[in-house]
Design a protein around this ligand. Structure first.
Ligand SMILES: [Zn+2]
Length: 356
């Protein structure tokens, strides 16, 4: 049985905004898992795949409790923008178009390049005094669904060729690896005050609390090609936490990369203008000496240069520019640790870990 909770809030203009949460109670006691999505309004994959996942889980054939909040920030999703600037001139969104060539452009000059804004819901978690609609929503969601969760998966999207998991703490690694996402990018475990309002950071602080952020690969668009992958990641998470039986099913190797430093990452820059042909995809394994790309002149089609790996690792970044320019960083190779791979039995989380 799926229980629906709805809470209505009012924005600065008095407009009523309703947020929906679903709770499915399993057939036996067990961990509490919360799946959050739609904090950022240009990230639609989680919000779109979660109704299907909830329907699949509705019979409650699992241990524990599942909370699903598919659209945490409805007015931001409605305008397809990162946050909802309730005190600004909302009509300016009509003149906004997204381009990855001006990724951080903000119609209200409140983007990540300009300032720190408390409109960004994912900076407000577990902070009782945060103002505004986003503050009120996170306060409710934290007290009802997140503060006591053992496991939190926060679904986002970025602009990349593939999904990635962001994780701040080593203790989350088993849980993070179960998602089956090819790369787990370790983030600063000791971030600044602002970044500490991140749900995955706050959600990891309790002794039996594990929280990670899964980023799908496309913003400002629908990403249907990843919905099944996303649902399988959530099934795997429940399986790894022993909420369900069976085995974790992953389709590709899972790598961990540490916070990038010059010592563990090779940045590959080119010295010509041209078209580039990559021979490795994002997060593919790379060995020293592997040919990673070649670059051709646009007039003569001659190969002007090629790039070879100077270290072992995985491809951790690929430029989105279709035409290179001298000095452009076209890809990165980072040191990586293999955590899981298809065909190798996945180690589940300890039985009873959630009971203390
Ligand atoms: Zn996001």
């Amino acid at each position: 049985m799926m229980e629906t909770q709805r809470r209505t809030f009012h924005d600065a203009n008095g407009r009523a905004i309703t947020v929906t949460a679903w709770t499915i109670r399993g057939a036996a006691p067990g961990p509490v898992m919360t799946v959050m999505a739609g904090q950022h309004g240009m990230e639609h994959s989680g919000p779109c795949l979660l109704p299907e996942f909830a329907q699949e889980m509705e019979p409650g054939n699992f241990r524990g409790t599942l909370h699903i909040i598919p659209c945490a920030n409805p007015p931001a999703l409605e305008i397809d923008y990162e946050f909802y600037p309730e005190h600004e001139d909302l009509s300016r969104i009509k003149d906004y178009y997204y381009s990855r060539f001006r990724h951080n452009y903000c119609p209200w000059n409140l983007g990540r390049d300009n300032t720190v804004t408390l409109y960004n819901m994912n900076r407000l978690w577990n902070r009782p005094d945060m103002p505004g609609l986003a503050g009120e929503i996170t306060r409710w969601l934290w007290s009802e669904f997140c503060g006591n969760a053992n496991l939190i998966i926060d679904l986002h999207c970025l602009q990349a060729r593939k999904p990635v998991v962001y994780n701040c703490f080593r203790k989350n690694l088993l849980f993070a690896a179960a998602l089956g996402v090819q790369r787990i990018a370790m983030c600063d475990p000791d971030p600044d005050e602002n970044a500490r309002g991140n749900l995955a950071w706050q959600g990891s602080l309790g002794r039996n609390s594990y929280a990670v952020c899964l980023e799908f690969s496309v913003q400002h668009a629908l990403g249907e090609h990843e919905y099944e992958f996303g649902k399988q990641a959530l099934r795997n998470a429940m399986c790894a936490a022993r909420m369900t039986g069976g085995e974790v099913k992953i389709a590709n190797p899972v790598w961990k990369t540490d916070f990038s430093t010059p010592e563990n990452t090779q940045t590959m820059k080119v010295s010509h203008t041209g078209h580039i042909r990559y021979f490795k995809d994002l997060y593919d394994e790379v060995h020293k000496g592997d040919r990673l790309f070649e670059l051709r002149d646009i007039q003569t089609l001659e190969v002007l240069e090629e790039g070879r790996a100077q270290r072992d690792g995985i491809m951790t970044g690929i430029a989105y520019q279709p035409v290179t320019a001298p000095g452009l960083a076209v890809c990165y190779v980072s040191e990586a640790e293999l955590l899981a791979e298809p065909g190798r039995k996945f180690t589940k989380m300890e039985e009873g870990w959630h009971l203390a």
